[in-house]
Design a protein around this ligand. Structure first.
Ligand code: ADP
Ligand code: MG
Length: 326
């Protein structure tokens, strides 16, 4: 492609970010995209920004970054029980590096295709590397999974296993030491999380509240508790971990990474105990382990307890760290 007659910005967009937008009336190229919403559906909208040094290491592989920028947004749709269709990408780049952009676009579009999501627009500016993805999806009116629906006596569940991504970060920060092979496996969980979109859909009508685990299991469950006006206990022994996680549960730093570290993008949700069988069925239907890790209680905040019911310390400050501020 020639840049003659076109600004470098236009060429960049044409070369890397213009693909047919199957789900849209009008995609990239005009002043705005046009989309049609299905009757009887609510539009679910979410946005996430990732800043170099804050949300990813500056040496991140651009293909991993493209995947992650979209994956964290798909995960927000999953946590609402919404089906994602449309996405918008705002890119701030320090310089134009076509090799980097091609790899980033590959990571982004490979995942977009897997989930049948169209990139319908965006913005491109120069500055310190930062990416903002906005995602839109549909959910039957009134059926979205919200954070505020947890009730006393509900079970607390989590999908998949928790902690590998945070263990990789803790390793990079010298707080835990992972074996080399374990680090390589764990860091892929950090860079290429699997958004639980099908699970979110399946949980409509079953989960009373849901959130995706981005800030950390205990912190994210605390968000559910705050908005639902309840408390929760989580039993450490029940928290599902990978083979890597199992090696680090015994140390306080490892434990802290697992229950308080983030970036897993699993779903944490609450449900009435009479939904246990239906939820177990989902494990087989979707091939995703779903584990009951605790209970919703009266009160405030989240307590992490051992098998003996006593509070387990994480981060040297104990579970109080996860009590709401006021
Ligand atoms: P405007 O000046 O109206 O903001 P732009 O020149 O920024 O338009 O963008 C031109 C078109 O390219 C628009 O349709 C916009 O949505 C799209 N676009 C810009 N940057 C990106 C990007 N990084 N990814 C996808 N689409 C983009
Ligand atoms: Mg613009």
């Amino acid at each position: 492609m020639t840049t003659q007659g076109f600004s470098p910005e236009f060429e960049l967009i044409a070369r890397h970010f213009t693909r047919p937008a199957a789900n849209a009336v009008l995609g990239v190229g005009d002043d705005a995209a046009l989309i049609t919403i299905t009757n009887g559906m609510d539009l679910a909208v979410s946005t996430d920004t990732m800043v170099s040094g804050t949300h990813f290491f500056s040496d991140v592989n651009p293909e991993n970054l493209g995947h992650k920028a979209l994956a964290v947004n798909l995960s927000d749709m999953a946590a609402m029980g919404a089906l994602p269709y449309w996405t918008v990408l705002a890119l701030t780049l320090p310089n134009v590096d076509h090799g980097w952009l091609a790899a980033f676009a590959k990571g982004f579009f490979d995942l977009a295709e897997e989930f049948n999501v169209s990139l319908v627009g965006g913005d491109t500016t120069r500055g310190p590397l930062s990416l903002t993805v906005t995602i839109m999806g549909e959910v039957p009116a009134g059926a979205a999974l919200r954070r505020g629906g947890a009730r006393v006596g509900n079970d607390v569940w989590v999908s998949g296993n928790i902690g590998d991504a945070a263990l990789a970060v803790a390793h990079r920060h010298g707080k835990v030491v992972l074996e080399e092979a374990d680090y390589h496996e764990a860091v892929m969980r950090l860079y290429e999380p699997t958004p639980r979109v099908a699970l979110g859909q399946a949980l409509r009508g079953l989960a009373t509240a849901a959130i995706d685990v981005s800030d950390g299991l205990l912190a994210d469950l605390t968000h559910i508790c705050r908005l639902s006006g309840v408390g929760a206990t989580v039993e450490l022994e029940r928290v599902p971990v990978s083979g890597i996680g199992a090696k680090h549960l015994g140390t306080e730093a490892g434990r802290t990474a697992i229950v308080a570290g983030g970036d897993d993008y699993e779903l944490c949700f609450t449900a009435n105990p009479n939904s246990r069988e239906s939820i177990d069925d989902l494990t087989n239907m979707l091939g995703i382990p779903l584990t009951r890790i605790g209970q919703i209680k009266r009160g405030k905040g989240v307590s992490l307890v051992g098998a003996d019911g006593k509070a387990v310390k994480v981060d040297g400050r104990g579970y109080d760290h996860f009590q709401p501020q006021s």
